[in-house]
Design a protein around this ligand. Structure first.
Ligand code: SF4
Ligand code: SF4
Length: 168
């Protein structure tokens, strides 16, 4: 019997597993414009990301296959982040010494543009603070999930995968 992968036992992908199973865009590509990365390593019958992509950048060999992104074809429209029911798609864009991370945000409240928020890593630990750059609210999101783009220190680009809104 094959061993259950660590990410299934513990419930999250590490950055090393992300590199091994998904593959990261090059730094050059990350600096050009936002690029979508599918953090979805499990073979499940699910295809909305591939169906909604306007440039056919998301490739799936069959409906149970894991999605792969042709990073050169991705135009950074964020529709895959909006539609993914598993909250497994993210976008990353390197801008100077910061990174802009676009992520689904299902926990109320939804932050405002310009607001400072707490940054959470893949296991929900607080790793710093970041500034919200854009928000697609629930009513405008194609998947009913608000999505937020937050600016984070460059070194946290592959760690931050959620935010917490803290208001006095
Ligand atoms: S961001 Fe847009 S273009 Fe890029 S993979 Fe997602 S849906 Fe396709
Ligand atoms: S929509 Fe989300 S959960 Fe479904 S295959 Fe695409 S990335 Fe995976």
């Amino acid at each position: 019997m094959s061993e259950i992968p660590r990410y299934l036992r513990e419930g999250y992908l590490s950055v090393e597993e992300l590199k091994r199973y998904i593959g990261l865009p090059s730094e050059e590509r990350l600096r050009q414009r936002p690029v979508a990365v599918p953090e979805c390593p499990q073979e499940i019958p699910c295809t909305p990301c591939a169906e909604i992509c306007p440039t056919n950048a998301i490739l799936m060999e069959h409906p149970n296959a894991t999605p792969k992104v042709d990073y050169e074809k991705c135009i950074g429209c964020s529709l895959c982040v909006q539609i993914c029911p598993g909250l497994a798609f993210f976008m990353i864009h390197y801008v100077g010494d910061k990174a802009r991370v676009t992520l689904p945000h299902e926990i109320l409240p939804v932050p405002n543009v310009g607001e400072e928020v707490v940054l959470l890593n893949r296991v929900g630990e607080e790793v710093g603070k970041g500034k919200v750059v854009t928000v697609v609210p629930r009513e405008k999101s194609r998947g009913d999930t608000p999505i937020v783009t937050v600016e984070v220190p460059l070194e946290l680009a592959w760690d931050v995968r959620a935010i917490k809104v803290v208001r006095e």
